[in-house]
Design a binder for this molecule. Structure first.
Ligand code: F6R
Length: 592
């Protein structure tokens, strides 16, 4: 949901900002822009489209500016146009602002400004910030920002520069993420860590209600009353290599291939901190998992594990529904919020709501220092490294890893079950080695318009996840269903044009899956199946068979999902689509 970056320091700013925006582009990509200050003048360049459009428009221009802000947009207020692209400026073009999030009372503020005769150039909510700061400016940018934030409502982060103080960038965080990167003779602001990884690993994570005032030599943080705040400097474990494509055509493919490492690192991370977990699932009457999208699917798998290994009843609720559904929550409940980014606003609000009701809240996140990490009573981490592809892959299997390890920790057979988990990385490697087979299968399905994905028990959420991967990156309609539900409706859809992807390892529901297979064949349907190596029945009866190595029932979801990720990837990639940045989506969804 928009990426923002800011720099002030010793080096020429434009390439630094462009690089930072490219690493933030996963957050939004319908327009991009930069504002620089050179010779006390503001230079603003912004373009509809991806960052490459901005780069083209800047081609051949050699700006010497050493201060600037940049933005990559996921539109909320106002269509993606050059005018609505950020940065936005005041009327005299002395102040420039880039913003992420929503100013909820912007219409009211805009009315007031219009009455005062201010002329607006865009349809965005952001532009009011630039006008307000300009009006509040009396010689000190920080003071003007402090006066302005008091008027703003909503969840947002923004950065501002002014020609009057060409050595200073001020950044505000209130609900949307913002970090400060600390360099030598240079300092940075950014929505996320990968943006600044080439320059520094030293980071200050701002909390809501904080303002960072940066110059080349100083970083000062204040609350909204202007009182200084002392902040810890964190060293990020992420490195630049993990935030680059490293020879792969797309981040998504690289991240699919990184799964053995992500799972391995997450197992190690979990086991080394297991003793510090201050709760037992069994101490609660119920576990409630809240999440969105792929993280929700991980939660559904987690439910099966928690119930089967601990006996604690577990519910999984979409975070966006949780707050509004009158679900009874009390201090007898453990509420786990799963979020790769740790910033998804629905999940964050749902966790806050659960906390207010007295529940013990646990965040399961990939981004250390993210809002959900800091706001939960306790945080668990996936160690997947930065995930840049918009479609979540390695963070999904890393989330499964933590959920599994958390559940088996309270089972009588913990050690054996952990040994099983430790086999996952090598089983994934074997599965990835057959990616060419999946690619060949995908070639046959490029022109299909609809898919049904079926699975049961542990692999029902994997069917949902396989369908989500396909629809979000290939724009092909795909529906995931519990296989047993097929006969209650979806079976009507089956004909020779509608392929069904069947997730059918030899587990407790395998025979039932074979019955589904027969039902589909009887209606002239085409079956693409995911099954265990050596499964002759499945192989013979399916039009196409995607093989995974022999795997024990509890850990099947880790492995069955891999060919489905690859299948979606190859289809989208062969259709020439923008796999890493599918239309209309953003990696981190910070609006409700
Ligand atoms: C799907 C996808 C989204 C996210 C969802 C939650 O590939 O990436 O569905 O899973 O937006 O995001 P997080 O996990 O960051 O809360």
């Amino acid at each position: 949901m928009c990426g923002i970056a800011g720099y002030v320091g010793k080096d020429i700013v434009l390439p630094i900002l462009i690089g930072a925006l490219e690493r933030l582009e996963y957050r939004g990509y319908d327009s991009a822009g930069v504002a620089l200050i050179e010779d006390k003048k503001l230079i603003v360049e912004k373009r509809k489209g991806k960052i490459r459009e901005l780069v083209k428009s800047l081609w051949g221009r050699n700006y010497g500016a050493k201060i600037g802000i940049g933005h990559t947009r996921w539109a909320t207020h106002g269509k993606p146009t050059n005018e609505n692209a950020h940065p936005h400026t005041d009327e005299k073009r002395e102040f420039a602002v880039v913003h992420n999030g929503i100013i909820e009372n912007y219409l009211e503020l805009k009315e007031e400004l219009l009455k005062e005769g201010v002329k607006f150039r865009s349809d965005t909510d952001t532009e009011v910030i630039a006008h307000l700061i300009a009006r509040n400016y009396k010689g000190d940018l920080l003071e003007a920002v402090l006066d302005t934030v008091k008027k703003l409502k909503g969840a947002f982060a923004f950065a501002v520069i002014t020609v009057h103080e060409p050595n200073r960038v001020v950044g505000v965080k209130n609900g949307s993420p913002l970090i400060v990167g600390i360099g030598e003779g240079e300092n940075f602001l950014a929505s996320d860590i990968p943006a600044i990884l080439p320059y520094t690993k030293r980071i200050i994570v701002l909390d809501d209600g904080e303002i960072a005032d940066i110059t080349p030599q100083s970083v000062n943080v204040y609350n909204f009353n202007g009182e200084p705040i002392s902040k810890d400097v964190m060293i990020t474990p992420w490195d630049l290599v993990s935030a680059e494509k490293g020879g792969f055509k797309h981040f998504m493919l690289k991240e699919i291939y990184e799964q053995p490492k992500a799972v391995n690192d997450t197992i190690k991370g979990f086991l080394s901190t297991e003793d510090t977990i201050p709760f037992k699932l069994k101490d609660f009457r119920r576990v409630v998992i809240i999440a969105c999208g792929t993280s929700y699917h991980a939660g559904l798998v987690g439910k099966y594990w928690i119930e089967s290994f601990t006996g604690v009843p577990t519910e999984v609720v979409y975070a966006s529904e949780f707050k509004y559904a009158d679900i009874p929550i009390s201090d007898k409940d453990l509420v786990i919020g799963i979020s790769q980014s740790g910033e998804t606003i629905d999940t964050k609000f749902a966790l806050q709501f659960a906390k207010e009701k007295g529940a013990f809240t646990v965040g399961l996140v990939n981004v250390v220092g993210s809002a959900i990490d800091r706001e939960s009573d306790f945080a668990l981490y996936t160690h997947a490294g930065p995930e840049i592809g918009v479609a979540a892959t390695k963070t999904f299997t890393a989330q499964l890893t933590v959920l599994y390890a958390l559940a088996v920790r309270e089972s009588g057979d913990r050690d054996n079950l952990i040994r099983l988990l430790e086999k996952v990385p090598s089983l994934m490697e074997i599965t990835l080695n057959s990616s060419e087979e999946v690619e060949k299968v995908s070639d046959k399905y490029l022109k299909r318009k609809n898919f049904l994905y079926l699975g049961r028990y542990l692999n029902y959420p994997i069917a949902l996840e396989g369908a989500l991967k396909l629809k979000e990156i290939s724009y092909i309609h795909a529906e995931g269903y519990p296989a047993g539900e097929m006969k209650h409706g979806p079976i009507a859809l089956i004909d020779e044009n509608m392929p069904t992807v069947l997730v059918a390892p030899q587990d407790r529901v395998y025979e039932k899956m074979l019955s589904n297979l027969e039902e589909i064949l009887a209606r002239k349907g085409t079956v693409v199946s995911v099954g265990l190596k050596g499964d002759k029945v499945l192989k013979e009866k399916s039009a196409d068979f995607m093989e995974i190595p022999k795997v024990d029932e509890p850990i099947t979801p880790f492995i069955t999902v891999v060919p489905l990720q690859l299948f979606a990837y190859f289809i989208a990639s062969k259709l020439g689509l923008d796999v890493d940045q599918p239309r209309n989506l953003a990696k981190t969804v910070t609006v409700e």
